[in-house]
Design a protein around this ligand. Structure first.
Ligand SMILES: C[S@@+](CC[C@H](N)C(=O)[O-])C[C@H]1O[C@@H](n2cnc3c(N)ncnc32)[C@H](O)[C@@H]1O
Length: 193
């Protein structure tokens, strides 16, 4: 594994995932290869469910100890999905309606804790995708096969306002400028107010 990536992963654990109470019921949206899944498993969750539409990831995620719901979040959140913790990292910029996912997390899971990360931007708005990927899915299609080649830019303070309007309080915020300068993400942790 790339040394910087390994360092970044350990940073996500010491700063965020280690704060997940041992024995929690965790929902992880869009884990892809499971780098975070492995770290979340250190907290010995009672139940760890991954919502990951990319079928190629299923076996690896199951081997890590997660239960996999192999569809999109839209199919998962058709009913209440209670959880103690929801992890939604690197997903908001992949989907066409990020506010829809946030609303579903806060109203259908009503977790005590939310850990979320997204690409750091200075302004809210739309931008063209600068990459496509064979494996990464997006709103019921693969990324490369999606006719809408835009993503929604959401500033950290905007995401904070939205999630706080749902009855949560921001408890921690960091960005990866120092630790992962290749793609700068902001990370936020919320607790139910
Ligand atoms: C960049 S990866 C993030 C991987 C990992 N969570 C991280 O932060 O490093 C984006 C993930 O979002 C997933 N995804 C895209 N659209 C989705 C949707 N509608 N529902 C659930 N997951 C989705 C992709 O399959 C992919 O696993």
């Amino acid at each position: 594994m790339d040394k910087d990536w390994e360092k970044y992963c350990e940073w996500t654990y010491s700063e965020f995932f280690s704060g997940i109470p041992v024995g929690s019921n965790v929902i992880e949206i869009g884990p892809a290869f499971g780098f975070h899944t492995k770290l979340i498993q250190r907290q010995k969750p009672t139940y760890h469910r991954c919502v990951e539409p990319n079928l190629h990831m299923r076996e690896a995620l199951e081997e890590l100890g997660a239960d996999v719901y192999p569809r999109h979040y839209e199919d998962f959140y058709t009913q209440r999905r209670p959880a103690d913790v929801v992890v939604c990292c690197g997903v908001l910029y992949h989907i066409l309606a990020p506010l829809d996912l946030i609303e579903k997390i806060t109203n259908l899971s009503v977790p005590d804790k939310i850990i979320i990360s997204n690409i750091l931007v200075e302004e809210n708005g739309f931008d063209k995708y600068t990459y496509e990927d064979e494996n990464l899915s997006r709103q019921r299609r693969m990324l490369y096969d999606n006719p809408v080649k835009y993503w929604q830019k959401i500033k950290p303070s905007t995401l904070q306002e939205i999630i706080e309007s749902q009855g949560y309080k921001l408890t921690k915020q960091e960005d990866t400028k120092e630790i992962w300068p290749k793609y700068v993400y902001y990370w936020q942790e919320y607790e139910r107010a």
